[in-house]
Design a protein around this ligand. Structure first.
Ligand SMILES: Cc1cc2nc3c(=O)[nH]c(=O)nc-3n(C[C@H](O)[C@H](O)[C@H](O)COP(=O)(O)OP(=O)(O)OC[C@H]3O[C@@H](n4cnc5c(N)ncnc54)[C@H](O)[C@@H]3O)c2cc1C
Length: 547
């Protein structure tokens, strides 16, 4: 029904459209040189031809059987395609890819065109012992699409890029049914033409697939207003090696434990989501994003809690801590509350360095005015200084740019990584301190003290997410060890501090060692039992989620 939009091109070594360049401005480079240190000259990634990939281990017989299922054009064994599917977009992925040394590559990339082909491919793979890594947009930052073969003879990337159609729109019920390879961008375009929206905008929005979002239980930046993906998925079709599971899009049900919720978040380890029924809403006619300053992080957190608990949550709400606010002001280009000017203004109003919150409201004119009025009244009562729309609009217009800047930072020899968690309001300040300290100490112990920043976002009545970003000079030749030490320290601090190991990035391979801390031994055993029932040969995404 919708126009078919093929998979968009993505830089194999980094983020985004190869045609879109984004350089760090000179004042940003100066700031980084003075704070974390940068390389003398930028280091570009190696040429594609120099990326090392072992010869394909797929037997000619299996390749021929795959071609018989999906057609010759649906089986790709060429170097470029294997490299493009060799890793996701986490920091270690980018370090390895830029150096031309991915951990491995899928032996082939297979692109099914419909449900019957998905089923036939996974049944074949189960018979011949070939691992299958479902691949949506390939934007995983937790090693979720790493081409691990486990005990199997070979590994395929099952790229859902040819399954990108809208199958049905039920305007009366406000549901849309799509093939799971459909890109979020393509669905929003389709819906916008009909006055509707899904409202799911992760920072990786330009490239994610809806199946990937569902498989990782992702949260869009406006999830406070529109809901996380699991609140948007109403029904799905799931192809497991053991058989299909078809769950209709009913609004609610008491038919036993919620199976839909077990499959959403299964990260490709149980089977393939190939169709999704999603809830949609009217597209907003207005969007208002604005900035509010708080004297310090604790005051800002109290204000966000008040918003969440007094029924006045904006659709987007994020509060930067002092370090992140300082960094944003230092790097602010035109359009924001500019660095020096902003600082002078805030100091004059008694806000010191302050903490900047962005509050965003989406909807119809009168309704926005009412919600916004109520929220700003609460924010002011809680000590907030409303600074107008320019910081909010600056954030909104640049919110998908950060991943491009990450590539630039890597070129300049700067490690930049993010990690996230969530906890109850009563624990937000303590967890913020504990994780921030763990990251800073691990960086310092490695001899590369850096910048550690955080913001609170994704508000719930009972708590919120904490999202950390850290930067440090890379330890040349030991980049992965440097990253691993920090990741381990932060993850330990999260589980000890009462946070979840992941609020929205998923478990993948990187968080798998901490899953038992969160679910307990019996909880993990229950998931393993489900896996052995749905995927008895263990071919689905080995090494992820359950380790
Ligand atoms: C710069 C950047 C910013 C990001 N920002 C956010 C954010 O704001 N919010 C957020 O939630 N996440 C974010 N992420 C993480 C990532 O984008 C999400 O996890 C996203 O949901 C992955 O979607 P994808 O289509 O790219 O899936 P992929 O990366 O292709 O796959 C992710 C996992 O899902 C499995 N999978 C994919 N498709 C299917 C399917 N059809 N059936 C079964 N399993 C499948 C894969 O095997 C893998 O385990 C960000 C990532 C980057 C690089």
């Amino acid at each position: 029904m919708a126009e078919a939009i093929g998979p968009p091109t993505m830089r194999w070594w980094g983020w985004g459209d190869p045609a879109h360049q984004l350089a760090l401005p000179s004042h940003a480079l100066r700031f980084l040189r003075e704070t974390v240190g940068i390389a003398a000259t930028p280091r570009p990634p190696v040429a594609l031809g120099r990326v090392e990939v072992a010869p394909s281990a797929l037997s000619e017989q299996t390749a021929a059987a795959l071609r018989a299922i999906v057609g010759a054009e649906g089986v790709r064994e060429d170097h470029a395609e294997r490299v493009a599917h060799a890793a996701g977009k986490g920091y270690p992925d980018l370090v390895r890819m830029r150096a031309g040394q991915p951990e491995g590559a899928p032996d082939a990339v297979v692109l099914p065109g419909d449900h019957a082909q998905v089923r036939a491919v996974i049944e074949l793979c189960a018979r011949v012992s070939v691992a299958v890594v479902p691949w949506g947009g390939g934007t995983s930052v937790v090693g979720g699409v790493a081409p691990l073969r486990g005990e199997h003879a070979a590994v395929l990337a099952l790229d859902m890029g040819r399954m990108g159609e809208v199958l049905d729109l039920d305007r009366e019920s406000r549901t849309v049914t799509v093939q799971a390879g459909m890109r979020a961008v393509a669905l929003e375009r389709y819906l916008a033409a009909r006055g509707l929206t899904l409202g799911h905008f992760p920072q990786s929005y330009e490239y994610v697939s809806l199946g990937g979002c569902a498989a990782t239980r992702s949260a869009g930046q406006a999830s406070t207003g529109y809901g996380r993906i699991e609140q948007l998925v109403l029904g799905l079709r799931f192809a497991a090696p053991a058989g299909d599971i078809d769950l209709a899009a009913v609004p609610a049900s008491a038919a036993g434990p919620e199976l839909r919720r077990l499959l959403v978040g299964s990260e490709g380890t149980l089977g393939v989501i190939d169709e999704l029924a999603l809830r949609v809403r009217s597209a907003p006619s207005e969007r208002v994003y604005e900035g509010v300053f708080f004297e310090d992080f604790t005051t800002g957190v109290q204000a966000l809690r008040a918003l969440a608990q007094q029924g006045a949550t904006p659709d987007v709400a994020r509060l930067s801590d002092e370090a992140e606010t300082r960094m944003s002001l230092a790097l602010a280009g035109t359009g924001g509350l500019k660095g020096r000017l902003g600082k002078v203004y805030l100091r004059a109003r008694g806000y010191g360095d302050g903490c900047l919150a962005i509050l965003g409201f989406e909807g119809e004119g009168k309704e926005i005015a009412r919600r916004r009025g109520q929220a700003l009244q609460i924010a002011r009562r809680e000590g907030g200084l409303v600074v107008g729309r320019s910081p909010g609009e600056a954030w909104r217009s640049s919110r998908f740019s950060a991943p491009y800047l990450r590539d630039e930072l890597l070129s300049w020899g700067v490690m930049v990584e993010t990690l996230e968690t969530a906890t109850q309001w009563s624990n937000v300040p303590a967890l913020h301190r504990a994780v921030g300290t763990a990251i800073a100490e691990a960086l310092g112990a490695g001899g590369t003290p850096g910048l550690v920043m955080c913001h609170v976002s994704h508000l719930y009545e009972t708590g919120a997410s904490l999202y950390f970003t850290f930067l440090a000079r890379q330890r040349e030749g030991a980049e992965i060890e440097q990253w691993r030490a920090v990741k381990q320290a932060a993850s330990r601090a999260i589980v000890r501090g009462g946070g979840t190991i992941t609020h929205h990035h998923a478990v993948g391979r990187d968080h798998a060692p901490w899953l038992e801390d969160e679910l307990g031994r019996t909880g993990v055993a229950a998931l393993r039992a489900l896996k052995s029932e749905l995927d008895p040969a263990g071919i689905m995404n080995p090494g992820k989620l359950l380790g």
